[in-house]
Design a protein around this ligand. Structure first.
Ligand SMILES: Nc1ncnc2c1ncn2[C@@H]1O[C@H](COP(=O)(O)OP(=O)(O)OP(=O)(O)O)[C@@H](O)[C@H]1O
Length: 452
């Protein structure tokens, strides 16, 4: 913690330094604006105490004001406190206009001076924390980008944050969510952030495995294990050794196969078909489903003990209509991808197309959106993709498309928020949840004060 003092009066500098030292605060003094600029370029300070009047021009404060301006330019986060002689309050006000955060009149009151410095240091620390969080957020967003996850909504931010933390453990993860919401993508995201990232990521669609070949596919077989087994075969579990085994569509497993997966999760051992050699499964399990497993358990088509083993942690992917903030960003990302692939002239969406993208309910979620945009890129005649090119069918979320025709994107957002609020009988908590935003974000967007 170092305070920069800029003053050409050495007795003032001496008194200030004495006061600061007695409070345990380090300081660095400069006798001229030029020296101060050099010092700030060299090292970082927590607060600057800047005199506005210098020897050759003791009243106008011009030199001091120029210094405040310059300091804000080279160190925008440095809080500058202006000091002026008695009776020159007008200059102090100008200094605040230039970016000073506060001012003190000379002779100063020690108590007030320390108070002002402490307040600025506290604010500075809060600011620094906020900037760090923002930078981390940005990094997370970029990392998400690497894994191909495009997002902007707070709901996705929170989910990726938890996923990042969960990734570091070896705990089994169950990902739930509707079709096409990005469950597989999230499984990759977790793998890439785990200690197994260097190992393989093996995905198996449980719904696509025939019951008859299930064991051979999953656990492998030895030559001669059955009539067609002409050679040894490595199963998926073994392929995933040292990495992640992603069991997709887990609800589609038939009961007998559920017992086999349960044993694998419980005992971490398996045998190749035709061999009695028990092999240890060094894999991390991630599973996914779009089904309501509790309902399946209630109707006895899914084992409760298997669910317990699978859901060390459950992560729920929100449907696209629950995180509409992501729609414009996703649409742009898919447009960019598709236009490169098809060498299309389309570079943007028309205002009407943007409105249509936002108003549509997306029952097939992001996968559906990807297809819709690819098709529209192919259909588009010029630079702008029209709403007609999207060929969005009946699934408008409102059923009242006319309501929003002719509105701007901002107006559509406002309309949508109000409609969601109405659907939830004015309950802001429920509406915010449905929209995938925080309650305060909801009020902010409506331009209203959040009631406390
Ligand atoms: N946030 C996202 N950013 C970019 N692309 C995404 C995002 N979420 C999903 N996708 C893309 O959408 C498609 C569907 O995603 P994915 O296969 O992960 O969904 P899923 O939930 O596993 O679907 P299903 O339940 O049908 O298996 C993929 O092509 C994926 O790359």
């Amino acid at each position: 913690m170092t305070i920069l003092i800029v003053d050409d009066d050495s007795s003032i500098v001496g008194a200030l330094r004495l006061l600061l030292t007695s409070e345990g605060l380090a300081s660095h003094a400069c006798a001229s604006p030029r020296e101060a600029i050099e010092a700030v370029g060299r090292e970082s300070f927590d607060v600057a105490l800047v005199d506005l009047n210098y020897l050759d021009d003791t009243t106008s404060g011009k030199e001091g004001l120029a210094l405040v301006r310059e300091l804000k330019a080279i160190a925008p986060h440095l809080p500058v406190i202006a000091m002026t002689g008695w009776g020159t309050i007008g200059v102090a006000v100008e200094a605040m206009r230039e970016g000073a955060v506060d001012f003190l009149e000379k002779p100063w009151d020690n108590h007030r001076l320390l108070n002002v410095i402490r307040t600025q240091m506290r604010l500075q620390a809060t600011d620094r924390r906020a900037r760090r969080l923002e930078a981390e957020n940005e990094a997370l967003r970029e990392e998400g980008g690497q894994a191909g996850i495009v997002w902007r909504s707070p709901a996705m931010g929170q989910l990726l944050d938890i996923a990042t933390r969960v990734a570091r453990s070896d705990m089994p993860v169950l990902i739930t969510g509707e079709n096409g919401t990005g469950k597989s993508l999230l499984a990759h995201f977790i793998h890439e952030r785990s200690s197994r990232a260097e190992g393989p990521f093996v995905a198996v669609n449980m719904g696509a495995l025939a019951e008859t070949t299930f064991e051979s596919e999953m656990f492998g077989h030895t030559k001669g294990a059955y009539t067609d087994a002409k050679a040894d075969r490595v199963g998926r579990v073994e392929l995933a050794e040292g990495g992640t085994l992603f069991l997709d569509e887990i609800a589609n497993l038939a009961m007998p196969q559920q017992a086999k997966i349960l044993r694998l999760l419980e005992e971490r051992v398996y045998e190749r078909l035709g061999s009695s050699n028990a092999r240890h499964a060094d894999v991390r399990f991630i599973s996914a489903t779009n089904a309501d497993l509790d309902a399946l358990i209630a109707e006895r088509s899914f084992r409760q003990d298997l669910l317990y083993r699978l859901n060390g942690v459950t992560l729920h992917m929100p449907a696209l209509r629950e995180r509409r903030e992501d729609i414009p960003l996703l649409a742009d990302a898919f447009l960019k991808r598709a236009r490169t692939r098809y060498a299309s002239p389309a570079t943007r969406f028309s205002a009407a197309a943007e409105r249509a993208l936002l108003a549509y309910a997306w029952p097939g979620n992001i996968r559906e959106m990807q297809h819709v945009i690819e098709r529209s890129v192919l259909l588009a005649q010029g630079e702008a993709i029209g709403d007609g090119d999207l060929q969005l069918g009946g699934s408008l979320s409102s059923g009242a498309h006319d309501d929003i025709d002719g509105l701007t994107l901002e107006e559509v957002e406002d309309w949508f928020i109000r409609r969601t609020l109405a659907q939830h009988s004015g309950n802001a908590n429920l509406a915010a949840k449905a929209l995938g935003i925080s309650r305060s974000a909801l009020y902010r967007r409506l331009g209203r004060q959040e009631p406390t």
